[in-house]
Design a protein around this ligand. Structure first.
Ligand code: UDP
Length: 312
């Protein structure tokens, strides 16, 4: 397989390019490359890519397409629990028929693929922190299964295209990520808390707030994806996330401080199958690509709050 280097201009297809992480990738890569941004705008927003030098194609990846590219980032899929539970069948379709179309297109053009997988493949993990070798603990028929099992199926399809057709595909298991361009109503914890804190409304902590997540700032995550496109080995899986772990209550306090807010905590029911803890083991991506997230939660929240001020 050719060793790709983003130092020379390439033609890059970013599916889900108008979504949260996809739009940051479009921005990062369109400065030096020809970028095609494909999105069906189900949960993405055209305004996320306004002013960027990208070609936009309004297209659902579940419909066949033909786009010549050297490199593909498949970021297409609803990704927040609220949205994938609102669109469960679309989520399953995107992560089965959709990824098949992405892989067929890559096979035709001999393109490398970076597949956006997820920490959700580990479900509610029994092993902590989670290394790539962990097989996970997923409820196959629970409310999160459309996403968890969808992404697990997508990983399997990628691996089998790699083995059978030698498609150069790298799997990136993305852990909780936050930053500008998240939808204020996508239901994830960071936009929820920031919008509540900015309006001095009660902060909705689900359960007792002792469950943990590890939050990676969008710019860091995007650098990780770019490095994986350059140095990631085909047929391999890499965790991408910030290993600094916080309880949801600690996050609420940090958000209050970043917003200078007087909001009180409002404890609500814990959603079914909500993972109790999550923290990536990132030794593999560090040793193979040199990636390491740099932005501390305090700094990342402060940048995110500034962006949300005009949005909430
Ligand atoms: N959460 C919360 N309040 C909210 C939204 C989420 O306490 O308003 C909790 C949720 O129960 C979970 C964590 O925050 O334990 C992260 O949730 P999110 O939806 O952001 O992503 P997940 O990691 O569950 O996919």
């Amino acid at each position: 397989m050719p060793n790709l280097s983003l130092n020379s201009a390439m033609r890059i297809l970013i599916t889900g390019g108008a979504g949260f992480i996809g739009s940051h990738l479009c921005k990062r890569l369109s400065e030096k490359n020809e970028v095609v941004c494909m999105d069906n705008l189900l949960t993405g927003k055209k305004s996320n890519i306004d002013g960027l030098n990208v070609e936009f194609l309004e297209q659902d990846i579940t419909e066949p397409f033909d786009v010549n590219a050297d490199l593909v980032f498949n970021m297409a899929s609803p990704a927040s629990p609220v949205f994938y539970q609102k669109y469960p069948l679309e989520t399953l379709e995107t992560n089965s028929a959709g990824i098949k179309n992405v892989l067929e297109n890559a096979r035709k053009y001999n393109a490398k693929v970076v597949q956006a997988s997820t920490s959700e493949v580990y479900g509610d993990p029994k092993l902590h922190p989670q290394p790539e070798t962990y097989w996970g603990n997923v409820n196959p028929i629970g409310p999160r299964s459309c996403y968890d099992e969808g992404k697990r199926f997508a990983e399997s399809l990628c691996m089998n295209y790699h083995t059978k057709y030698e498609v150069d595909v790298v799997l990136a298991r993305i852990f909780n990520t936050y930053g500008p361009n998240m939808l204020k109503k996508d239901g994830r914890v960071v936009p929820n808390f920031i919008c509540q804190a900015l309006k001095n409304e009660k902060i909705s902590v689900y359960g007792n707030g002792e469950q943990t997540r590890s939050f990676c700032y969008a710019d860091d995550l995007v650098e990780g994806l770019v490095l994986l496109s350059e140095k990631g080995r085909g047929g391999e899986v890499y965790n991408l996330g910030n290993p600094r772990e916080y309880t949801i209550l600690q996050l609420a306090e940090q958000v209050k401080e970043a917003c200078n807010s007087s909001s009180e905590i409002d404890y609500r029911g814990l959603p079914e199958d909500d993972p109790i803890k999550r923290k990536p083991d990132i030794a593999k991506v560090i040793s193979e690509t040199g990636w390491n997230p740099k932005v501390e939660l305090k700094e990342g929240l402060s940048r995110t709050v500034e962006w949300f001020r005009g949005v909430c």
